[in-house]
Design a protein around this ligand. Structure first.
Ligand SMILES: Cc1cc2nc3c(=O)[nH]c(=O)nc-3n(C[C@H](O)[C@H](O)[C@H](O)COP(=O)(O)OP(=O)(O)OC[C@H]3O[C@@H](n4cnc5c(N)ncnc54)[C@H](O)[C@@H]3O)c2cc1C
Length: 307
């Protein structure tokens, strides 16, 4: 992609040189370790910079994409045009009595650890979810019977016009692995979680138990995007895939995990194309065998490779 020098200079003027990378490989920023390059990869350090970048993208009519920890995304091999913004440099976490206020770039695992430290219960479920706070709100992330919806009380976001808005949790329409954040185009800056006082020993026991379950059942030794599919009503995706004899099925370097059928792992330098083909293969096979539609949980973004 030919570099847009005008945009490059404007982004540097807004956020400084250290926060603007050109043709950045997104495989370095995604859990699947695949995908092409971002034209501009920007890591603002203040809320104002976030607002300015959005306004700039609007003025210049440049595409704009948010990236969190990249743990629920497949970036296609052709990469992402325009600006990709990551809030990893906005990652403060603070506690105010029974509330934890976390910036969007904080890891939800770290927020869960902060809750333990502060002897607050309610976020144990999140102790192994590798996303950022922003990504966790976007997906209403959850595990082992808990979800963000149970603990989130309010959030600070920027809308696509670059304005700051404080919203209640209800205003995000959180539901099973969804929210209205994609439709509204909000950029999450901050989240307030309201928890209850708890016994630190009991909180730690739950977290240790969930960590054990995760480590024994999930193929954490390979790059992946976690569960590829949502739980279809009345079924478990992993069981349907297993009963379709798909475990071990490989397309190029992508493989249906032998350890957990609901995961597809990047076993050997897979391309996004191979990974996506394998997802579609699994969907088709499960549909044919059980007449169940597997809906993707993982998001696919970016462009196909022109090569
Ligand atoms: C090994 C493994 C285990 C996992 N286990 C679980 C689990 O138990 N439960 C679960 O729910 N998920 C799980 N996941 C999936 C993933 O961790 C969650 O969906 C997480 O919430 C994604 O957050 P992220 O920051 O990585 O988002 P990304 O993958 O970077 O992005 C996901 C979406 O969120 C958007 N987004 C990110 N940040 C913001 C922001 N600040 N503002 C607006 N939009 C934003 C992005 O544009 C994108 O569309 C797992 C993943 C892996 C790899």
């Amino acid at each position: 992609m030919a570099m847009n020098h005008h945009l490059h200079e404007k982004l540097i003027a807004l956020t400084s040189e250290r926060n603007v990378m050109v043709n950045e490989h997104l495989r370095n920023h995604t859990y699947t370790r695949l995908g092409g390059q971002a034209d501009f990869y920007v890591t603002p350090e203040t809320y104002e910079q976030v607002q300015q970048i959005i306004k700039l993208a609007n003025q210049e009519n440049i595409a704009f994409t948010m990236l969190g920890n990249g743990s629920n995304l497949i970036v296609k091999d052709g990469g992402i045009r325009g600006i990709v913004m990551n809030l990893q440099k906005l990652s403060a976490i603070k506690t105010d009595s029974n509330m934890i206020i976390a910036q969007s770039g904080a890891r939800i695992i770290d927020v869960s650890r902060e809750a333990l430290k502060e002897e607050l219960t309610g976020l144990e479920f999140a102790c192994g979810i590798p996303g950022s706070v922003g990504g966790a709100l976007y997906m209403n992330a959850g595990a082992y019977g808990g979800e963000i919806k149970d603990v989130l009380t309010s959030t600070l976001v920027v809308n696509r016009e670059g304005e700051l808005l404080t919203l209640t949790a209800e205003q995000l329409d959180l539901d099973y692995r969804t929210s209205n954040i994609p439709d509204r185009g909000y950029i999450v800056l901050e989240a307030t979680f309201t928890l209850k006082a708890g016994d630190p020993k009991a909180i730690k026991e739950v977290m240790d138990d969930l960590t054990y379950k995760r480590e024994s059942k999930q193929p954490l030794e390979y790059p992946s995007c976690g569960s590829v599919f949502k739980r279809p009503p009345g079924h478990f995706a992993g069981k349907l895939i297993q009963d379709s004899d798909l475990q071990g099925k490989q397309i190029g370097g992508a493989q249906v995990s032998l350890k957990h059928a609901g995961f597809i792992v990047n076993k050997d330098h897979a391309t996004a194309k191979e990974y996506i083909e394998l997802i579609q293969y699994v969907q088709k096979a499960v549909k044919e065998k059980f007449n169940v539609n597997l809906e993707r949980e993982v998001r696919i973004i970016g462009e196909d490779s022109v090569k």
